[in-house]
Design a binder for this molecule. Sequence first.
Ligand SMILES: Nc1ncnc2c1ncn2[C@@H]1O[C@H](COP(=O)(O)OP(=O)(O)OP(=O)(O)O)[C@@H](O)[C@H]1O
Ligand SMILES: [Mg+2]
Length: 225
Amino acid sequence: MLSLKNINKSFTNGKEKNHVLKDIDITIEDGEFVSIMGHSGSGKSTLLNIIGLLDRQFLGEYMLNGIDTHTLDKKSFTNFRNKNVGWVFQNFKLIHNMTVADNVGLPLLYQGKSTREIREIVENTLNKVGILDKANELPKMLSGGQQQRVAIARAIVTNPNILIADEPTGALDSATTVEIMDVFKNLNVMGTTLIIVTHDVLVGGQADRMIKVLDGKIIGTNYEI
Ligand SMILES: Nc1ncnc2c1ncn2[C@@H]1O[C@H](COP(=O)(O)OP(=O)(O)OP(=O)(O)O)[C@@H](O)[C@H]1O
Ligand SMILES: [Mg+2]
């Protein structure tokens, strides 16, 4: 479970202070699928960066799996993220001179796993997202949808309990969006907590709950009936 209490975040540029997140309270249970929607500039990515443990410069309390994230030093914070959270981005962020298998295996390499172990886990993971046949290709040989599958595989290869995606279908056509959402939803059905920021109502509407952000504030949530 994760809970944010009274989260505030400002960016300061010279003398100007931009108060981006205002008194945010959110609780997300394990296994939920939550979407976050709102206008451009409303603070969605800023909020997601906090939830996904990329940013720890904020005011307020963020508890994840029973840990107060403010109590972690920098290294423990990074380890905590790597253990608990997988990230997926709009533009995939794959490493272009590495094969699909090597991209997906990279987080395991950082964990110090053996080549043999990595190969086995990577194969299983690529199979899960339906692109095992692309293991030895370079990312540029793949379609956008296939590249996003690689990115999802890389995000889940360490078995995180939370999968976080910032506009994951923003660069995809509508048919590919449907396919990628199926991949996400399958992972969610298997137990992964799924948190997606999106502009696309057809994507956000598939969540159990939609959190709406306006000018850095939560203005409502919709519950599926
Ligand atoms: N690193 C940063 N430094 C300074 N200001 C920032 C930074 N990141 C975001 N902001 C500001 O915070 C506000 C919210 O930005 P954010 O990226 O969270 O919006 P968003 O809802 O994700 O928008 P979009 O839908 O366009 O991605 C904006 O005013 C933006 O300029
Ligand atoms: Mg954004």
